[in-house]
Write a protein that binds this ligand. Structure first.
Ligand code: SF4
Length: 374
């Protein structure tokens, strides 16, 4: 089974008012951070038989990886390619980028250094929505950045959209999706705006977006977009992700199969040797001790199966005996089968061949379905 690598680049040009990801607007530490990151990658242990498995995907996320100079990214990717067993011709190697910081020089450099997929933080193509979200780009900038990515040679472009923004309509979101398709995106992710603790949006909106009418409108937007994408050949292969056939994110699909992956960089998380571990969300501490990790959880075989079951429910493949046999070499155990029956009885899931998948109703109450496993 191939492994996966996530590299966290915790820098942004400015902090968006709704964001709770670990990222900072701190230009002063690029040099030291990337030196530490290379050190961590180069010292990753490769001492079991599994560690020599080919790496299937590499994902540079953030933060905003397109903010620091591309030489920094080049150094970090080179460290990954030199240290691990990776065939760049086969691996999916993704970089996240934002329209405001992506230049033609950077996009060309990313292709030259080995990235073959780019995930663009478009969020919206309506200026009023972008302004409300506190984004630094506008529609024109987003369209320009997509052109830059295409002209640099990216054939596998993903665009992120945010839905459920106050004042946004379903028509606008569908219009944005159509434009992304016209601009060459082959994968579209759509995330519902959530109000996170401690963010300026929490102070601005509090619990006001929990209003049942607002929630209902957000769900209608979600289904309207999902159905539109489906009609246009973008198969909704996961709760928030749709793509043309063959352009599903291999990296994210690995997370949903609950397989192991390395996490490098401040604030990143990994899962290796049955252990979930994380790094502190503090750049200075990370720079001092980049290989210091905190073990968050040691998973038993039963934990792994439960986690896999819960994560696979996010996908349109669903939770099936076939998938279970592929992942664990056995059919679904009885305790998980009991939960599956409850989910079907509660109409959160539909029965499919040898398993279950979230129903249309269940897509709106997915968290309730996941809770049954806890
Ligand atoms: S660009 Fe992305 S990671 Fe950075 S602050 Fe905005 S939402 Fe957060």
């Amino acid at each position: 089974m191939g492994r996966h690598i996530y590299v966290h680049i915790p820098f942004c040009e400015a902090k968006c008012p709704y964001c709770s990801f670990f990222s900072v607007a701190d230009k002063d530490h690029y040099g030291e951070y990337f030196d530490a990151l290379k050190k961590e990658i180069e010292s990753a242990p490769l001492n079991s038989a599994d560690d020599h498995d080919e790496i299937d995907t590499v994902y540079f996320g953030g933060g905003t990886p397109s903010v620091p100079d591309s030489d920094h990214i080049k150094g970090a990717l080179k460290a990954v390619l030199d240290h691990f067993n990776i065939d760049p011709g086969n691996a999916e190697i993704t970089i996240e980028a934002n329209p405001h910081s992506l230049t033609a020089d950077k996009a060309g450099a990313y292709i030259a250094m080995g990235f073959n997929r780019i995930s663009m933080g478009i969020q919206s193509l309506h200026d009023d929505t972008l302004k409300l979200l506190g984004r630094l780009h506008n529609r024109e900038g987003a369209l320009g950045a997509l052109k830059i990515a295409r002209e640099a040679g990216f054939e596998n472009i993903s665009g992120d959209l945010i839905i459920g923004v106050p004042g946004q309509t379903t028509e606008e979101v569908i219009e944005d999706a159509q434009t992304l398709i016209d601009c060459g995106c082959r994968h579209i992710s759509s995330y519902s705006l959530s109000i996170e603790e401690g963010t300026p949006f929490e102070r601005r909106y509090g619990k006001s977006l929990d209003d049942p009418d607002i929630q209902e409108a957000e769900r209608a937007m979600y289904h309207g977009l999902r159905d539109f994408l489906n009609r246009n050949g973008f198969v909704p292969y996961e709760i928030s992700n749709s793509s043309l056939k063959g352009f599903e994110s291999r990296h994210n699909s690995a997370y949903w199969r609950a397989v192991e992956y390395y996490g490098f960089g401040a604030g990143s998380h990994g899962y290796i040797g049955g252990q979930r571990y994380g790094h502190e969300c503090d750049i200075r501490k990370y720079i001092k001790a980049p290989d210091q990790t905190i073990v968050e959880e040691v998973l038993t075989e039963s934990d792994k199966m439960t986690e896999y079951a819960m994560l696979m429910l996010r996908t349109s493949s669903g939770l099936t005996d076939e998938g279970f046999i592929k992942r664990f070499g056995r059919t679904i155990p009885e305790d998980i089968r009991k939960i599956m029956k409850i989910l079907v009885d509660r109409k959160l899931c539909d029965s499919i061949d040898s398993g279950i998948r979230l129903s249309r109703y269940g897509l709106d109450y997915a968290n309730e379905a996941f809770m049954e496993f806890l």
